[in-house]
Design a protein around this ligand. Sequence first.
Ligand code: ADP
Length: 244
Amino acid sequence: MSKTFAGFRAVDNCSFQIEAGKITGLIGPNGAGKTTLFNMVAGVLKPSQGHIVLDGRNVTGMAPHQLFRLGLVRTFQIPREFGRMTVLENLMVVPPCQLGENLWMSWFRWQRVLRQERQIRHKAEEVLGWVNLLHVRDELAQNLSGGQKKLLELGRTLMIEPKVILLDEPGAGVNRTLLRQLTDIIVRLNQEWGCTICLIDHDLELVDHLCHHVVVMAQGTVMAAGTMAEMRQNPQVQDAYLGN
Ligand code: ADP
């Protein structure tokens, strides 16, 4: 697929696959087109050309909320939490189609609404335990550290039991302890929940540790793909990226 901004081809005829059940890394120098590609896959940007297939279904041009319902979610480089809500509330607002959103439903079927709220609360607490944030569940999200906000963002994505998660620089600005926690969670998401994951990161140690498969982009195109070990041996990749 391709994406053109005012005549400039940010992504130029790029074709790549995210294998189901695997962790794929998307790496390359700044300006290579990684974020643009990610945004097209996540429905944030429409491709100027080409198409996106999810589980055999053509999803090109679908909006992020439609893809979200199909189980594809994207996290942002800068976590977008609701600062004035508590950590627990931030998770509870994620599941779509909550009965209490409908006034008539809340009025006439309040017991069902309450039961659903209890289920969502229970799930949110379970997820908070998973991402090691249970101890700050009643804290306002705006008071969390940068790394904790990343854990919260990941927790928010887990509320919908995603099939495919796109992670934008999960390691950026996270201290070593939290990075280890975040890494463990990503591995468990893949191994225990069976989530397919695609991540962009400049931390090649992290990419090497996490990813089964790596796609290298440069100047809007896919330059090479394979294991991180293969990419380190690839002279073209070394010249364009690793040698920097
Ligand atoms: P990466 O994530 O690999 O650093 P990006 O996808 O952010 O690369 O950017 C690829 C190229 O597209 C860059 O040259 C960038 O300046 C350009 N670009 C990205 N978004 C826009 C936009 N909205 N309008 C114009 N140019 C853009």
